[in-house]
Ligand binder design. Structure first.
Ligand SMILES: [Zn+2]
Length: 368
């Protein structure tokens, strides 16, 4: 049996059969469950407790996005990863090792002086490695889009080596990877972030909207849902994500919905949109480190086409929660990467008055 090893800015063992942005099952040995816990060992952590505190803070970053079914997405329990120190030369910062009998996050003890003087941000490195421990692969520099433009995913390999504060928070692309693991229906996992509005309206955007806001209680007892009250027929809420290795993916859009005003009637419209994105090997994120990264060799966008509609579905609102799903769209084989967008329109009325509709678990999904 082999052992899968993931190194931050270092050698990565190639993985076959990977097809998702910022999501990777680690050969089944990383991301065994959505639960993890940790131990720590080594004289370095005993001698420098501040390093351990910061490493634990990196672990805690992943408890921020809430599970669509309630509670933190990644919780205590489940697979134990041991955080420790291991000599690894002058290049690597840390390594996540996932095998049948070993689950380690190993910080490079050859560079402990840099960790101690702050020239390597241990919390950022720890957050990145914990992403791997949960089964999440690498993202490109550009995998996070508006409204978080300029904020790199924690799972990017493009954090500059000189950064003293590495990206450490769960951003749009990271959040999408979380929901891909935690929000799965019928063999399809969510690929857009914050699908259940458990993190409020984060990562969601609007066009020509009237009003929107989250309420307590959702479909199947989820903690929250959103009420969307459009101004016009063209008003919509939407969320995006970027998918790498998109070729051949089977995707669809899905929403859970019900009427909000008891006297209302009408339809919601579910739409799946895609835009092709091309990458080149030139750009910021190059060098020997990237040569071995099988997921995002090409990270600079050279052409990003506009979104086009791939699937539409109209669904009639009722008094109880129901779901509306588009047909499946299969991404053409020549598409290397693509932006995906899930859009919901609403034409629900009480008499002549436009009124709100309840929405929950709104997401684009890809076959796992
Ligand atoms: Zn990594």
């Amino acid at each position: 049996l082999g052992v899968f090893v993931l190194v931050f800015l270092g050698l990565v063992v190639p993985v076959t059969g990977v097809a998702q942005a910022a999501w990777w099952d680690g050969g089944g040995w990383c991301g065994v469950t959505t639960q993890t816990k940790y131990t720590s060992s080594g004289s370095e952590f005993q001698q420098y407790p501040a390093l351990l505190t910061a490493a634990i803070a990196g672990y805690a970053e992943w408890s921020v996005p809430d599970n669509p079914h309630g509670g933190p997405e990644f919780t205590y329990g489940g697979q134990n990863f041991n955080m420790r120190w291991e000599p690894a030369g002058s290049q690597n910062r840390a390594t996540t090792v996932c095998g049948p009998f070993v689950h380690d996050i190993e910080f490079n003890s050859d560079r402990i002086d840099e960790y101690l003087n702050g020239s390597i941000d241990i919390e950022g490195v720890s957050a990145h490695e914990w992403g791997h421990a949960h089964g999440i692969g690498h993202a490109g520099k550009h995998d996070t889009q508006a409204p978080n433009s300029g904020k790199q995913p924690t799972m990017t390999t493009c954090n500059a080596a000189s950064d003293t504060v590495l990206q450490r928070t769960v951003e749009q692309d990271d959040h999408s990877a979380v929901t891909r693991i935690g929000d799965v229906v019928g063999g399809y996992g969510s690929i857009t972030p914050n699908s259940s509005f458990e993190d409020g309206l984060a990562f969601w955007r609007t066009q020509s909207i009237g009003s929107w806001g989250t309420y307590s209680g959702g479909v199947d007892g989820t903690p929250k849902y959103v009420v969307f009250t459009p101004t016009y027929s063209g008003s919509a809420i939407f969320a995006d994500n970027r998918i790498t290795n998109a070729s051949g993916e089977k995707v669809k859009a899905r929403v859970n919905y019900r009427r909000h005003d008891p006297a209302s009637s009408g339809q919601v419209k579910m739409t799946l949109k895609w835009a092709e994105v091309q990458y080149s090997q030139a750009g910021w994120c190059t060098g020997a480190d990237q040569t071995f990264d099988n997921l995002n060799l090409n990270v600079e966008i050279v052409d990003s086409a506009t979104f086009s509609t791939k699937q539409n579905k109209y669904c009639t609102v009722g008094s109880s929660w129901n779901y509306c799903t588009t047909s499946v769209y299969t991404v053409p084989s020549h598409w290397d990467a693509a932006d995906v967008r899930v859009v919901v329109y609403s034409n629900v009325f009480d008499g002549s008055q436009r009124v709100g509709v309840r929405l929950d678990r709104v997401r684009a999904m890809a076959q796992n």
